[in-house]
Design a protein. Sequence first.
Length: 544
Amino acid sequence: MASTPFSPGAHVCAYLRDSGHEDQDLSIDQQEAAIRAWCLDHALLLTAIYTDAAAPGSSAVGRRSFQDMIQHFRTINCPDAGIIVWKYNRFARDIDDAQFYKADLRRRGFIIHSLNDQVPEGLDGRFFEAAIDWMNARYLNDLRTDIKRGQHHLLTEYGALGGIPPKGFRRQAVPIADRRDGRPHIVHRWVPDPETWPLCQLAWRMRASGKTFREISAETHLFSSQNGYVSFFRNRLYLGELVFEDIVIPGYVEAMIDRPTWDAVQAIHAASKEAQGLKGAMNPYHPRRLSSSFLLSGLAFCAQCGAPLNGVVVAFKQTPVYRYEYYWCTAAARQNNCTTKKIPRRDLETAVIATLRDFILQPANLVAAQTLLDLDQTSDQQQASTHIRDLKKRLESVQRRIRNLTEVIANKGVAALSLVAKLDQFEREQTSLQTALLGITSTDPTPPGPLVNIQDLADQVTTLLANETQLPKLRQVLHGIVHKITVERDDAERLIRGVISYYYPLETNFISIPSSPPGALTHTHKIFSTPFTTPLRIKKRSPK
């Protein structure tokens, strides 16, 4: 019988995850059956199973059951001893998420046990576990690279693309070389669609003449949401030019519109943005957001569609005492393919401040975040040192070749064209290496930050958060800490769920609002995420 870190009779939870494209032995049912059998063999009581089906492990954001599990273990006097997973890559593939959440759970006294990762006990086991987290993250990066390479090959060789083509185009099957088992290998190109092509041309002509999205939609019915026209009128495929990441293929398809039409539409969009002051519409420091009476304006976003949440006030002239304040998804307000309902302002703001005060700003959490940050900085410095040594070695080799070639040319008296070309090549390489070396050595690495002021920092920020009468300063505090708040409303369970993504180190300059988010100020900032839940309290509005 395999060893177990749990005592007989201990209460444990299980976490199951399937990316939706893994092998069958990693399916949800297989994981649950194996964990139940293992608990039975070791006399453990499985109290709860948290499941995220078809959920990628590249981020903890969006995995509802994972967030619920983390929240469960943060409750006071949690009766469970820990978590069981099939493998650590089910817990998280992102190395920062994996190490941060496991460190958080272990600091609270809980155990995370993998059935299929062979990790020894003690401190050495943490080393092996870190290597496993690295391999899981590396697998994710390698998988992305392989997929991108395959897509590039199919596109450059056959003009083939996956996915759904934009309006006005359809997929056309293109047979290529047979597969190894003899089956035909079919890929698809994007070609004009005779049914929607004329409607798309009409939409472009109408937009070039100054018609609004609403007028175009009423005439063409191309999209159910007006948001669809934004990307439609930015797509260069309608000029016949395909842009796929770093690949640009002019003349990929027949052009739907000419250049003057394209230029006219782009000019209308540029003028519209400038006129409406939307040059940075998602900037949380926009003057309209800074003057808002809603604390989370510019920080809160809809978990269903990703659109920002705006403050909404419902009041009645006849009965002024009845006043209701909500956060509402801007896409839902415009009826653009989002059905989320209004979220009571007080419930959301109270939950966010409580999460900041009771978890994010707790010294133990800040120490854990600082430790991860220091490890990353140390690793970056080690990588930079290795890269510098490699560049210097290559530079010495190139300079030696330049000296040898110069001597040969000088001794012969007449420079052969081939030798001159070779010398020119080496000199260009020398300049490139010197530039790269200068770029690295001129960067002043920030040393790992001290831990001594974390308690004072947490106390300072907590005091400011408690003072709700100074709304402008409180908003400055939040913008110095919070990167983004993703929120959803669950009417079935009468809950508000969310994830707070926050910066570390915290931005301590609360005197003036920074010109850019703290995470963009320096490479030493990292973004962590913390889920939260709060009961949903709905008041019935008084009839007018």
